[in-house]
Write a protein that binds this ligand. Structure first.
Ligand code: FE2
Length: 263
C-alpha cells in the first residue's frame, strides 16, 4: 500500500529511572506500507527526529501469499543507520514459522543490518548516563485467535520473558495490547504496543472502535496509559491489512520524550 502522509505523535514520559532526557522513536504495524519512493518520506522524518533509540513493535510485514520482506528490511536498514534499533515480533512475523526458510533469511538479514530482534529475550544498552533493558515478547499464536479474548497468566508471562529486574529503565516491546494489565504487573517502566491499528475508527483521547478480537471499544486501544509506575503507549501504526479503513485514525510514528522526574 502506498501512502504520502503520517502524523508524528509525541508523548512525554517522566521517570525516576533516568537522569537525563532521551528521545525514543516508536514505529509499528508497517504492514509493508510505503511512504514515497524507497520509503523516503518516512525515513527522512525518522532521521530528523534524531532519536537515541528506535523501537519497532511488530507486524512490519504482512504474512501470506503476497508477503514481501524487502520493504521492512529496507526501512530497518535506514533506521539502524539512525540509532540503535530493537524490535519484536507481531502476529505476522510469528506466522513466518510456516515458511522456515523465509523466517531464517529474514532473521539473518536483520542481524546483518544490526537490528536486535528480541524473541522472548532481553538486551541491555547504555545511553548517556542511563541504563536501559529492553525485552521483546513473542506471544504464542493461540493468543491471537479471533473472537475469543485470550488469557495470559503472570507465571506464563514470566516463563516466556523472565522477571523484570528493575535495575535499569525497563522497556517491554509487546505487540498485542490486550494483556496491558499483565505487562504493567510485570513491572515495565515503558510498554509499547500496536496491533489494533487504532481500532479502525478513533474518537476522543483513547477511544477506538473495535479490536482484532471483534471486541467493541477495547480497553488500551490507542494512546498513552499510566498505572502505578508503568506507562504504556499503543500506536495506531503505519499501515493496514485485511480492512484498509481508517476514520479519524491517521497512521503515525511516535516520539517519546523520556525525562527524569523532578524530585
Ligand atoms: Fe498485529
Amino acid at each position: 500500500m502506498r501512502y504520502d502522509h503520517f502524523e508524528i505523535t509525541g508523548y512525554t514520559v517522566l521517570s525516576d529511572s533516568v537522569s537525563e532526557e532521551h528521545t525514543i522513536l516508536l514505529l509499528g504495524d508497517l504492514h509493508e506500507a510505503v511512504y514515497g519512493p524507497d520509503n523516503r518520506i518516512l525515513t527522512d522524518a525518522c532521521r530528523k527526529i534524531c532519536p537515541d533509540l528506535i523501537l519497532c513493535s511488530g507486524d512490519m510485514i504482512t504474512a501470506g501469499d503476497s508477503l514481501r520482506t524487502d520493504i521492512s528490511l529496507n526501512l530497518y536498514k535506514k533506521l539502524a543507520e539512525t540509532a540503535p534499533v530493537f524490535a519484536s515480533f507481531g502476529n505476522h512475523e510469528t506466522k513466518l514459522r510456516h515458511t522456515p526458510e523465509i523466517l531464517r533469511d529474514y532473521l539473518s538479514a536483520l542481524r546483518k543490518i544490526g537490528v536486535q530482534m528480541l524473541r522472548n529475550k532481553s538486551a541491555s544498552l547504555t545511553i548517556g548516563a542511563d541504563r536501559f533493558r529492553i525485552t521483546g515478547l513473542e506471544l504464542r499464536p493461540v493468543k491471537y485467535k479471533k473472537l475469543r479474548v485470550p488469557k495470559l497468566s503472570a507465571s506464563e508471562l514470566e516463563e516466556q520473558i523472565g522477571k523484570c529486574r528493575g535495575d535499569a529503565f525497563e522497556i517491554l516491546l509487546a505487540h498485542n495490547p490486550v494483556f496491558a494489565s499483565q505487562y504493567m504487573d510485570w513491572g515495565a517502566d515503558l510498554i509499547v504496543s500496536g496491533h489494533y491499528h487504532g481500532g479502525l475508527m478513533r474518537f476522543g483521547k483513547h477511544g477506538s472502535l473495535v479490536s482484532p478480537y471483534f471486541r467493541p471499544l477495547p480497553p488500551y486501544g490507542y494512546g498513552m496509559y499510566e498505572r502505578g509506575g508503568s506507562v504504556m503507549i499503543v500506536t495506531s501504526g503505519l499501515g493496514e491489512h485485511t480492512v484498509p479503513l481508517r476514520i479519524n485514525n491517521p497512521t503515525e510514528i511516535v516520539t517519546i520524550s523520556l525525562k527524569p522526574r523532578e524530585k
